[in-house]
Design a protein around this ligand. Structure first.
Ligand SMILES: [Zn+2]
Length: 238
């Protein structure tokens, strides 16, 4: 069974040269990221940017009809793009969907670091594009792909970021993330379970057959994963 590499660090920071990384790390402090911890509230000042090394952050839109996830951040990325765009606040709420650990730096330090370390600035700009592509792909995915395909895709994204076969996910969370009511997600997860791809029990999803889960997911999973891999592996054009 394929297993993602266990989380050992933040992949954006790991993509920097040792000298650049040492300069950036001077601004970082370790931070615990327990389940449910709210990192940003809509309209409130963003004090810090976050670089997870484990766990999963969900960015959600709270609407009258319910909550839906609009973006996901794990060790492949960072939370705090609006700070780079010189905004003091954001319209989305960000919270820990799956607990983890990470690094954080103040908004002022992030801006100073991107000025002092040009490679860091270029990397974060490319990450911004990859995150935009994730959000754009999700918008199309939510409109066109079946709930079962989207459920499989979302579980794969979380599996990649958690690096463990057991994902601590309540079914109500899963419904919120997919923007559907709980009975619908019960059906979709039930069908993946019947096919032997996952096992769902007491707020935990066990990934049993990752290759088949990839087959069950829509093409969006691969499009977004490739986009994040490209950002780290291809040289920047400027
Ligand atoms: Zn899709």
């Amino acid at each position: 069974m394929h297993s993602p590499t266990p989380p050992t660090g933040n992949l954006l920071l790991a993509a920097l040269s040792p000298d650049d990384r040492a300069q950036v790390e001077r601004c970082l402090e370790p931070v615990g990221l327990p389940t449910g911890k709210v990192l940003y509230e809509p309209g409130e000042r963003m004090e810090h940017a976050y670089f997870p090394i484990s766990g999963v952050i969900s960015m959600v839109s709270d609407m009258e009809q319910g909550t839906v996830e609009v973006g996901t951040v794990g060790r492949e990325g960072m939370l705090g793009i609006p700070i780079l765009l010189l905004s003091a606040s954001t319209t989305t709420r960000a919270f820990m969907q799956v607990p983890g650990q990470g690094w954080r730096c103040s908004a002022a330090d992030l801006l100073r670091c991107t000025t002092e370390v040009p490679a860091f600035s270029r990397l974060l700009h490319r990450y911004m594009l990859a995150l935009f592509e994730q959000v754009a792909q999700s918008a199309a995915c939510n409109r066109l792909h079946t709930l079962e395909e989207r459920c499989a895709r979302w579980l794969l994204m979380v599996h990649d970021r958690v690096g463990d076969e057991v994902l601590p996910l309540k079914q109500s969370f899963l419904a919120d993330m997919l923007g559907v009511h709980r009975p619908a997600v019960t059906l979709a997860a039930g069908s993946l379970q019947t096919a032997g791809l996952i096992r769902y029990s007491r707020g935990r999803v066990h990934i049993l057959d990752r290759p088949s889960l990839e087959q069950a997911a829509c093409a969006c999973y691969r499009v977004v994963s490739d986009s994040f891999a490209r950002l780290r592996n291809e040289p920047a054009t400027v």
